[in-house]
Design a protein around this ligand. Sequence first.
Ligand code: GAR
Length: 187
Amino acid sequence: MSGRGSNLVALGDALAPDPGVAIAVVISDRDAAALEAAGERGWPTHRLVDHTDGTEWLAALEAAEADLVVLAGYLRLVPADVVRRYRGRIINIHPALLPKHGGAGMYGLRVHRAVLEAGERESGATVHLVDEEYDRGTILAQGRVEVKAGDTPERLAQRILTVEHRLLPAAVRAAATSGTPVPFAFT
Ligand code: GAR
């Protein structure tokens, strides 16, 4: 992760009662608030020295015996050797209805500005598999919200974030049940 970590916290809190699922390690490319939140909750953390170094990622993931990699607000490309090793087992959450409004540089309020500028009547959040490109892997599920008259990027972001906080735990639960990330129904 790269930022404030609200999805991380929502995910960890939602999964806490489930004995079959645990956060193995929280990895960040920067000194993010998310790392602090993880530390407070007793989740192991790893601050990447070099986010482009797949060997460092793989060492941290393997030491933690991670089965699934969840990108929750991670804004950079995952190194290709990590994608290769964990292919089909890396998921990302994006705050729009992919394939629209994704790709390099599309994160944070830029996404919601683009949605409003395009005159979309609905937006939402997408959970998808991660491959070598930004926001292009198989879509597993989407949560939809109406775009309302008078919406600002900030208001739309907030409404979508509440959906993200339910969608990401649902994706991890579905993956845990099936043994691998799978498409699932979300309402
Ligand atoms: C979330 O809205 C997530 O969907 C987005 O970053 C935010 C992180 O918030 N990710 C992307 O835009 C990826 N392209 P958080 O740190 O509070 O979870």
